[in-house]
Write a protein that binds this ligand. Structure first.
Ligand code: TC6
Length: 696
């Protein structure tokens, strides 16, 4: 027997226990063990087989680390068919998360039981593949086509109760999986229950699969796997036999396995987990954080307070006046009402969070006992330094003092205190109780345990925390400024903002840069441009149409007009006809003769600018690894997950081609398009960005 599967007999029942921590992934040893276990059970006179997992879960899926490597036998689809075909009665007892290949093994079993806390699902599409071990054929046979399509195309995890209701499992029982599984198997034997193979059940009903395919493709903004999975479910309903359906599922699975999107999504899966693992924090304990202070109760401060409250941290929020106190409280209550409405918290929790857990005051003295404070006031160095002076005077020794600045120098802010070792940047993204990204900005004197505390807080708030060094805009905004500038250049040179937005959403972003500017408020970026203007390098090309739009009082959605015109009550806007006049004026003043841009060129320039700046950010050590940049862009800027992030995308496109294009653009503007030294080095050494992630 393999060590990954233990075999024992309990009377007439052969017990196969998976022991492959941490999540009992179905790697080659587990598959070999299951196959050997079934064969041995058949040979040694067992009448039934129980399959369950040791530790925290039943099988959480295929071993993702094996994807992209040469496949090793036995393969999961064959193993599932073999389990289903055995004449013995096979029972799976599930706890933890029975996901992907795990649920497929359970579906190949003849009976399924689970503990009430078990979760199950077929999340393969989120890894760019589809359930390729019979899941698309068996799930619709037990749950019906509509339910199977919904589960498979979304990858949603469902509760044991929902699985029971959908007919995916037969029973829910409290207890240990081994005990409940054995009792169930024994009962089935005593009742003389038949071997019940899902693959022998009638084909599920056909639905309008073409419509389901189109709707799924649209919803996925270009992600292929959910739509291709629809075709596999279609085969369950329409193929001439169960075997023919399996064959079709296999073909479609292999197609996706070979796709770039599969690589992008799996990169995202592992990077999301690797991003918070910093070698420098090995063995460094974070400080205890049992309460939090927030300075400023605007949209950002209220969002941060909401996130903290939802994570169980009592909050003391400081505002300047009684009116501002009331407004801040109102914002937080509004956010929490949203959580109540969506069923995330109960009325009793709402009452507690807006009651005893939340203090809103005007006096900094109220902060004397908090363990960590996040400042979220106006983006101005003078104002921030004044706040930090007050924090220094009122906060207890050892309290972590964090700034939510998006652009300003955290070292300079820290210098306003007598304890720069306790100062750190915690850069949230708006709305802070929704957006997953948290940039943890390390200043020159930040103590290691303060950095560790930033990461621990990120985890507690369920954020993806990414370490950033100090530069203008940190990782994300600095890169955004570069690709937004590239977008403005193509517009100045002849593309329209609407073409750019269309191309960018076509790539998979939820919004293009101009619609995004309108949403965020054009005035915010205008202020930053004005701030930077005095130190601007004279060689920099400066499009003016953005400023012209702002000078006319058009700040985007908040004023009803920006690059788009917004009708009251409607979410999306229509192109603002005035914008083309401003662009034409700008072109005339700058002596630019507009030309046509193909969509492909617009996208290429946009992405090259993003990749080039990202490579500079890594090369300068602002981001430690390419994957840090990828996660920032995924979780803070809407970069399509199926491309894995800009640097994974760059690897998939080929770095030499990207560098060649950047060099060709530099022929027109060698100030903006200076190739990143890291990109040049990787191309010279024929290496990928991903090579820099290893050991990082
Ligand atoms: C599939 O089944 C396809 C079938 C068709 C075949 C034909 N493989 O997330 P955590 C690692 S596709 C390898 O921190 P949690 C993870 O990287 C698969 N490794 O824990 C981490 O390693 P680290 C369908 C895996 O308790 C460690 O385990 N299944 C796998 O917060 C702990 O993970 C899925 O998509 C794996 N399948 O969450 C499920 N899973 O410590 C993917 C985890 O070195 N997994 N690891 O960083 C999950 O959603 C979650 O891991 C969880 C546990 C809910 C199971």
């Amino acid at each position: 027997m393999s060590e990954a599967i233990a075999y024992e007999r309990a009377g007439d029942i052969a017990v196969l226990k998976a022991q492959n921590p941490p999540v009992n992934a179905l790697g080659v040893d587990v598959r070999k063990g299951l196959l050997a276990g079934i064969e041995r059970a058949e040979q040694d006179g067992a009448k039934a087989v129980l399959i369950y997992g040791e530790g925290k879960t039943y099988f959480a899926g295929a071993d993702i680390r094996e994807f992209g490597k040469p496949p090793q036998e036995p393969w999961l689809p064959g193993l599932c068919s073999r389990i289903e075909a055995t004449p013995l009665i096979v029972v799976s007892a599930m706890h933890g998360t029975a996901l992907g290949g795990g649920l497929e093994v359970a579906l190949a079993s003849h009976y399924r039981i689970a503990v009430p806390s078990a979760k199950m699902g077929l999340p393969e599409v989120n890894l760019g593949i589809l359930p390729g071990a019979g899941g698309t054929q068996r799930l619709p046979r037990v749950a019906g086509t509509e339910a199977a399509l919904e589960m498979i195309t979304t990858g949603r995890h469902i509760s044991a109760a929902e699985a029971l209701e959908k007919g995916i499992i037969d029973r829910i029982e409290e207890g240990e999986p081994r005990e409940i599984g054995l009792a169930y198997a024994q009962e089935l034997l005593e009742q003389g229950a038949p071997r019940r193979a899902v693959g022998e059940m009638p084909a599920p009903e056909a639905v309008d699969f073409d419509a389901a395919y189109d709707a799924t493709l649209k919803k996925g903004r270009g992600q292929l796997s959910p739509a291709v999975a629809v075709r596999a479910v279609q085969a369950a309903a329409e193929a001439e036999s169960f075997e023919a359906g399996l064959k079709r599922e296999r073909e479609l699975f292999m197609e996706l396995m070979d796709s770039d999107q599969r690589q992008g999504l799996i990169h995202a899966f592992f990077s999301e987990r690797a991003v918070s693992k910093l070698p420098e924090l090995d063995g460094v304990a974070p400080r205890d954080v049992a309460s939090m202070g927030v300075i400023g109760g605007g949209t950002m401060g209220a969002g941060i307070a909401t996130a903290a409250l939802l994570a169980g941290l009592p909050v003391v929020l400081i505002e300047m006046t009684d009116e501002a106190v009331a407004a801040a409280r109102g914002r937080i209550e509004g956010n929490l009402k949203g959580a109540l409405k969506r069923g995330k918290i109960s009325q009793a929790q709402y009452d507690q969070l807006t009651g005893e857990a939340l203090t809103v005051a005007t006096d900094y003295a109220a902060l004397s006992e908090v363990d960590l404070v996040v400042e979220a006031v106006f983006e101005d160095m003078g104002v921030k330094r004044e706040v930090f002076g007050k924090l220094d005077a009122h906060c207890k020794p050892g309290a972590v003092l964090a700034t939510n600045t998006s652009y300003l120098d955290v070292d300079e802010i820290a210098a306003a205190t007598s304890r720069p070792q306790d100062v750190i940047g915690l850069h949230f993204f708006s709305p802070a109780h929704v957006m997953k990204l948290l940039e943890v900005v390390v200043a020159e004197k930040t103590a290691p345990e303060v950095l560790a505390t930033g990461f621990a807080l990120g985890k507690r708030l369920k954020k993806v925390a990414v370490r950033s060094g100090i530069c203008d805009g940190f990782i994300g905004n600095r890169i955004m400024n570069a690709y937004r500038r590239a977008a403005e250049y193509v517009v100045l040179d002849g593309a329209s903002p609407y073409q750019v937005d269309k191309v960018v959403t076509g790539f998979g972003f939820p919004m293009g840069p101009f619609a995004m500017g309108d949403l965020a408020g054009l005035d915010i970026n205008w202020a930053a441009r004005k701030r930077r203007a005095p130190t601007r390098d004279p060689r920099e090309r400066v499009p003016r149409f953005y400023e012209m739009l702002c000078e006319g009082g058009n700040f985007g959605q908040k004023t009803g007009k920006g690059f788009y015109v917004y009708e009251e009550g409607k979410r999306g806007g229509v192109p603002n006809p005035h914008v083309s006049e401003l662009i034409a004026k700008d072109q005339e003043q700058q002596g630019v003769t507009p030309r046509e841009f193909s969509d492909a060129e617009v996208l290429r320039r946009y992405m090259c600018a993003m990749v080039n700046e990202a490579a500079k950010v890594v090369g300068e050590g602002i981001a430690r690894r390419p994957l840090d940049v990828d996660m920032v862009m995924l979780f803070g800027y809407g970069f399509p997950r199926f491309w894995g992030g800009p640097l994974k995308w760059a690897d998939l496109q080929g770095l030499d081609g990207i560098l060649a294009d950047i060099r060709s653009y530099a022929a027109e503007d060698n100030f903006f398009w200076q190739p990143a030294p890291l990109l040049e080095q990787l191309v010279a050494e024929s290496k990928s960005f991903d090579s820099q992630n290893k050991g990082g």
